[in-house]
Ligand binder design. Structure first.
Ligand code: NAI
Ligand code: MG
Length: 358
């Protein structure tokens, strides 16, 4: 039997509600496909920070290193500044483990009403490939003249040739398995050093893929095209900040933040990759048991896929799609009255009941 060691970090807010549903569905898939998931929970969160002064212990990264994958909910909660929770846990994991690809599928599913009138499933099906280790989210910078009227803050954006080339190469490779089209998110009209460099690297890497069509748009009009022409896209590659913004917009375009999964991938497999929904800890609905668990469950399917368990991954995806298409068990964000647990249980039951191998 294949056994996978999975580190689980539920984190904060709805992370604690949706992760158990993800585990429920993945356990159902494991039973059906004869594999074993060996889970270990880490209680790293804002609550831990308030007790210990750290989001994770000093040797946290070493503890995670031994796992096959990391399954994360969300971090961040009122009472702890967001830059502390993010930089104390999520960003160090992404960087230390060279999870330089943040892969975020955006797909309109049957049974989901999009705010974009007239759009049907099949018309919106693309992937955002976000650079996940450098760019605008850098630790280079600082403050001067604190608490005086001369106060200033500088934050440097870091684009390296290696960083650009590897994320773009990933995007082109992915497009080669899909609809052979990569769109680059840029802003080289306004940002005059880093973004023209990004464009140059995009052009250089695209030469290695003569069969892949390319486009590039400045981020402002690209955002508009996500709404007006979501059918234009196959793979969209963007820097850390642009990819972050575009993924929430993408989630909204396909109906809810609760439907957007993601993988933080270390493609070389030198380190564990991490799977988490695009959304955050949603303090506004936390504790009510109404968060949509689909993004978390779907991130679990991406984890199975990354672990090489393709059939199990497809079974989980299909179970999600079937339940959303055919049942009225849905959470309030997608127009229903079901709880997080009801929807998780329905998807798990669907996985267990699927008879034909997919
Ligand atoms: P958010 O994604 O947590 O919430 C945005 C809106 O979407 C809220 O109205 C929320 O109720 C709704 N929403 C999100 N997930 C949902 C789900 N599964 N089902 C139904 N509705 C859902 O973003 P926000 O409010 O900007 O951030 C809240 C906290 O989360 C902050 O502390 C932030 O730093 C943190 N955060 C953490 C992330 C992570 O751990 N990867 C990512 C984004 C934010
Ligand atoms: Mg985000």
């Amino acid at each position: 039997m294949r056994i996978y060691k999975i580190a689980v970090i539920e984190g904060d807010g709805i992370g604690r509600e949706v992760v158990p549903e993800g585990m429920r569905v993945l356990e159902a898939a494991a039973r059906r496909f004869d594999l074993a998931l060996s889970w270990r929970q880490f209680d790293w969160s804002c609550e831990t920070y308030l007790k210990t002064g750290r989001m994770m212990p000093a040797d946290g990264l070493e503890q995670l290193r031994a796992f096959d994958a990391i399954y994360l909910g969300a971090v961040g909660y009122p009472g702890v500044p967001d830059h502390i929770s993010l930089w104390g846990l999520l960003i160090p994991i992404r960087r230390a483990f060279q999870q330089y690809v943040n892969l975020r599928p955006i797909r309109l599913l049957h049974g989901i009403r999009t705010l974009l009138s007239g759009r049907k499933p099949g018309e919106i099906d693309f992937c955002i490939v976000r650079e996940n280790t450098e760019g605008e989210y850098s630790e280079v910078g600082g403050r001067l003249h604190k608490n005086t009227d001369l106060e200033m803050a500088i934050q440097e954006t870091i684009f390296t040739r290696r960083g650009c080339d590897r994320i773009m190469t990933y995007a082109f490779e992915l497009a080669s398995t899909r609809k052979h089209h990569v769109t680059s998110a840029t802003k080289s009209n306004g940002i005059v050093f880093t973004m023209p460099f990004w464009d140059e690297r995009f052009k250089a890497i695209s030469r290695n893929y003569p069969n892949v069509k390319t486009d590039q748009f400045h981020i402002d009009i690209l955002s508009a095209h996500f709404v007006s022409h979501p059918d234009w896209f196959d793979v969209v590659v963007g820097s850390n900040l642009f990819g972050d913004i575009l993924s929430d917009l993408g989630a909204a375009v396909v109906g809810s933040m609760g439907l957007a999964p993601s993988g933080n991938l270390n493609p070389g497999r030198d380190y564990p990759s991490m799977f988490e929904p695009v959304h955050g800890s949603a303090p506004d609905i936390a504790g009510k048991g109404i968060a949509n668990p689909v993004a978390q469950i779907w991130s679990g399917a991406m984890m199975l896929e990354h672990l090489g368990e393709k059939q199990a991954a497809q079974a989980v995806e299909q179970a999600i799609f079937r339940v959303l298409a055919a049942s009225d068990i849905r959470t309030p964000d997608i127009g229903g009255h079901a709880s997080t647990k009801n929807l998780g249980e329905a998807i798990a039951a669907e996985v267990s009941e699927m008879t034909a191998r997919i």
